[in-house]
Design a protein around this ligand. Structure first.
Ligand code: GLU
Length: 433
């Protein structure tokens, strides 16, 4: 695991290219190609979907606190908007590249389609180490990026959200800079804002909540009793900690959790609320008392019923896939499983529930936030959580029906659902010659 990991503030606790040569774009393209074989889809649409519609690249100069000027590069890859405005996170990380944004933007297109949200897919980022910047510098960086990207984003055009290395405060600055330039307050230009400026209740916890809901459904599908189910969670940021705590509340036995430094392990079950999440205490997991500690690699190989990789990308690879002992894998991070590992799990009959459904609660509550911004009316936390539960179970049931009626993996079933909707929309709208 890369030691430079910045635990994320959102679904994407991912460094998609850190540990393996397989890039997010390669993985995303190959997944598209595999899935397209199962869908009656015009090959020209698949060819179109292999590419982004547009990629914006901007230079972002900022004045550092010592008066010097530093220049960063920012991107916004807009993959597909056939079903609605582009939607997806904005990440600050040194490994951000154009291609990584394109790959992650493709996953957003599928994620929004799986959830049947009226959005397309995008992803942006700045190649910068946010830990090396003061808060003032981060604010200047975000405002300058907003200014450079102003023509490319907007509440009906492209709506950024938090991702790795960014958080609700980043979204508040982005919204403010955009609004100042437009001359009016436009909350709907970003989601994942603090509730006081038009953000939604429950948005922060939503990706972890959806991971827990999907884990609960799959546990039930395989006729296990959640009260007799052991769970290991890699990553204790917003996704991992919220998923672990909810599953714990619902009776599951969460036996191991970890952060970038390693994990704690107790076969009798951990008290997940007393272990600090990344937001409560940075890298605090190992300071919690537990009978045993494990490395991140060891955690992945524990003999548990459910494994939830919710930290970074490419952690389940050809080199450890044969040693994974979990009965079920639920992807909390984006892209935790390489193509080669996926094939090994299929061969070994280990169900892998893909990221684009499991952590889709983040973008789903982003959609709720966008609706609240348009209507200028906020929802209660209870309403957000209830509607999220309904949307997740509905999406899960559609995927389950596809899984049962076709001889495919869970990932393929999920892609079939997404791709069928996207292809139908492209066919209905047509190609403007
Ligand atoms: N970054 C999150 C994801 O990968 C959320 C995107 C959004 O809410 O637009 O799903």
């Amino acid at each position: 695991m890369a030691s430079s990991t910045t635990p994320s503030d959102d679904a994407e606790e991912t460094i998609a290219e850190s540990s393996e040569p397989e890039s997010a774009l390669e993985t995303a393209r190959r997944q598209l190609e595999y899935a397209a074989e199962y869908v009656d889809i015009d090959p020209s649409i698949v060819e179109r979907l292999r590419h982004p519609k547009k990629v914006h690249e901007v230079t972002v100069p900022i004045e550092r606190d010592d008066g010097s000027v530093e220049v960063f590069t920012g991107y916004r890859a807009q993959h597909d908007s056939v079903r609605g405005p582009y939607k997806g996170g904005l990440r600050y990380h040194p490994d951000v590249t154009r291609d990584e944004c394109v790959g992650l933007g493709m996953w957003m297109t599928w994620k929004c389609a799986v959830m049947d949200l009226p959005f397309g897919g995008a992803k942006g980022g700045i190649a910068v180490d946010p830990k090396a910047l003061s808060d003032d510098e981060k604010e200047r960086l975000t405002r300058r990026f907003a200014q450079e990207m102003r023509p490319a984003i907007g509440p009906t055009l492209d709506i950024p959200a938090p991702d790795m290395g960014t958080d609700p405060q980043t979204m508040a600055w982005l919204m403010d800079a955009y609004s100042m330039q437009e001359g009016e307050t436009i909350p709907g230009v970003v989601t994942g804002k603090p509730p006081i400026v038009g953000g939604s209740e429950g948005r922060d916890e939503a990706p972890g909540r959806s991971v827990a809901i999907i884990a609960r459904e799959v546990i039930d599908y395989y006729d296990k009793d959640i009260k007799e189910t052991s769970v290991a969670v890699q990553g204790y940021g917003s996704v991992g900690a919220n998923a672990a705590r909810l599953l714990d509340d619902w009776g599951a036995n969460v036996v191991a959790v970890s952060d970038v430094n390693g994990g704690v392990y107790d076969t009798n079950g951990l008290d997940t609320r007393s272990i600090p999440s990344h937001h409560e205490e940075h890298e605090g997991v190992l300071r919690h008392d537990a009978p045993e500690t494990v490395t991140n690699d060891e955690l992945l190989e524990l003999d548990v019923d459910v494994l939830i990789p919710a930290a970074i990308g490419n952690v389940l690879t050809e080199s450890n896939a044969d040693d994974i002992q979990a009965d079920i894998i639920v992807e909390g991070a984006n892209g935790p499983t390489t193509i080669a590992a996926d094939a090994i799990f299929a061969e070994r009959d280990i169900p892998v529930i893909p990221d684009i459904i499991a952590n889709a609660g983040g973008v789903t509550v982003s959609y709720f936030e966008w609706l609240q911004d348009i209507n200028r009316r906020s929802w209660s936390l209870e309403r957000v959580n209830e509607e999220l539960e309904t949307e997740m179970v509905e999406a899960w049931n559609t995927i389950r029906e596809t899984f049962e009626s076709r001889d495919v993996t869970w990932r393929e079933a999920t892609y079939i659902v997404a791709l069928t909707r996207i292809a139908a929309a492209h066919e209905a709208r047509g190609l403007w010659p």
